[in-house]
Design a protein around this ligand. Structure first.
Ligand code: FAD
Length: 376
């Protein structure tokens, strides 16, 4: 490849890279997205796309809630906008959510979480088992109660990434197939991005390589402690009407009926490295959890099983912002279980930084400096 030039190179065409490209290019910034595989080929194209802005881990509430709530609001604004810009419908919708409890311990934990969430301003309440089955009689008779929340949403994540990428292209962004191998600098200032097939000169670069972002550690001369966490999903065909709400259980499993009439159910959480192969164990775990939640689905036919990788930082929080010691290099990764939800706010924050403005939300807790305090 001949040496090319642009304003910003974004590495990674997942939800995060494409959202940043969209926010930048619609403001007139010249962007090239570099992707080693295809658009949305990994987690961003396979995630069930559930948008749950609630933050139930008490120690993360203060730092994560501004991000999740802002992003949920941005999703609601983006949907009509992207639909008008591209014609790609990604079926965004607001959904209610039932977080099921089977045991007294789960019920107590759920009620404690409801207390935390109500303090955050979420409209959420406890329903007993009979009230839960009035909403959907197929829910297991073993369920003793559930959290009922109106503050959730969902979308088709592959079509969402497609809409972001097409809209960005409409504003002049370019998507290239290529593999990032390193960065070029003059002093602290970035001058270009090195690919296996050539170099692209640029003033700014964003590394949004999902679970692979750690591979840039040596180029940057600091530690980016991101690891892959495998998750598997099923799509099943089952008789009966669509579920009226999202169903959730055990902080792991989510079930919903989508516009194609299929029931989507996920996901496993597996620490097995860069393994994206669906497995028989994963399938069994998902069928068991699905049938535990909705026993009548024992007769459902499995139509599709997928596996992909969440980008998980050592402390479970995103890594966002300019890299200390580098002028013009930004990280946007580590969104773990909420990367589809958090992609608009990430696009908004990183684009503002690149345009030389202050971060619109507090991002100090997300700096990669937290893992590199001696160097920072
Ligand atoms: C099973 C499962 C269910 C999930 N469910 C939800 C959900 O319901 N709601 C939600 O909000 N989130 C969910 N998530 C999380 C969400 O999918 C991720 O957080 C999000 O997709 C991460 O997006 P990303 O763009 O950072 O990474 P990715 O989607 O992994 O994209 C990174 C891209 O970078 C490219 N890349 C990597 N290295 C290089 C290189 N050297 N050169 C060029 N390109 C490179 C990759 O090929 C890839 O396309 C789920 C995740 C999983 C696994």
């Amino acid at each position: 490849m001949k040496t090319a030039k642009t304003d910003v190179v974004i590495v990674g065409a997942g939800a995060i890279g494409c959202a940043i490209a969209y926010f930048l290019s619609r403001q007139g910034v010249k962007v090239i997205i570099v992707e080693k595989d295809s658009l949305g080929d990994h987690a961003s194209g396979h995630a069930p796309g559930i948008l749950n802005p609630q933050v139930a881990i008490p120690e993360y509430v203060d730092i994560m809630l501004p991000l999740t709530t802002k992003s949920f609001q941005l999703h609601q604004e983006l949907y009509p906008q992207l639909l008008a810009e591209t014609g790609v419908d990604y079926y965004f919708r607001r959904s209610a959510l039932l977080g099921l409890a089977f045991t007294q311990a789960e019920a107590q934990e759920t009620k404690d979480e409801i207390g935390i969430l109500q303090k955050q301003g979420f409209e959420t309440s406890w329903l007993d088992g009979d009230a839960v089955r009035l909403i959907d009689s197929r829910i297991s008779p073993e369920v003793i109660g559930a959290e009922y929340s109106q503050d959730a949403g969902e979308l088709d994540s592959y079509r969402y990434v497609l809409a972001l990428a097409q809209a960005a292209e409409k504003y002049g962004a370019e998507i290239r197939n290529g593999r990032f191998t390193g960065l070029k600098r003059k002093g602290a200032k970035l001058t270009g991005v090195q690919l296996s097939s050539g170099e692209i000169g640029c003033a700014s670069a964003v590394l949004a390589m999902g679970p692979w972002t750690g591979q840039a550690s040596s180029s940057l001369g600091l530690s980016i402690p991101i690891r892959p966490q495998k998750g598997q999903n099923l799509r099943v065909r089952a008789p009966g009407p669509p579920f009226a709400t999202l169903l959730a259980w055990d902080a792991s499993y989510n079930t919903t009926t989508r516009q194609d009439g299929l029931v989507y159910h996920g996901a496993t959480h597996e620490d097995v490295g860069f393994d994206e192969e669906p497995s028989a164990e994963g399938r069994d775990e998902l069928i068991n959890s699905l049938v535990t939640m909705v026993p009548s689905l024992v007769a459902a036919e499995v139509v599709l099983q997928t596996a992909c990788l969440r980008p998980l930082a050592a402390d479970g929080l995103p890594i966002l912002g300019e890299v200390p010691g580098w002028n013009g290099v930004y990280l946007a990764t580590g969104h773990w279980t909420k990367g589809i939800l958090l992609s608009p706010v990430t696009g908004y924050i990183i684009s503002e930084l690149i345009l030389g403005k202050a971060a619109p939300l507090p991002i100090e807790p997300f700096s990669v400096a937290r893992f590199n305090s001696a160097r920072a």
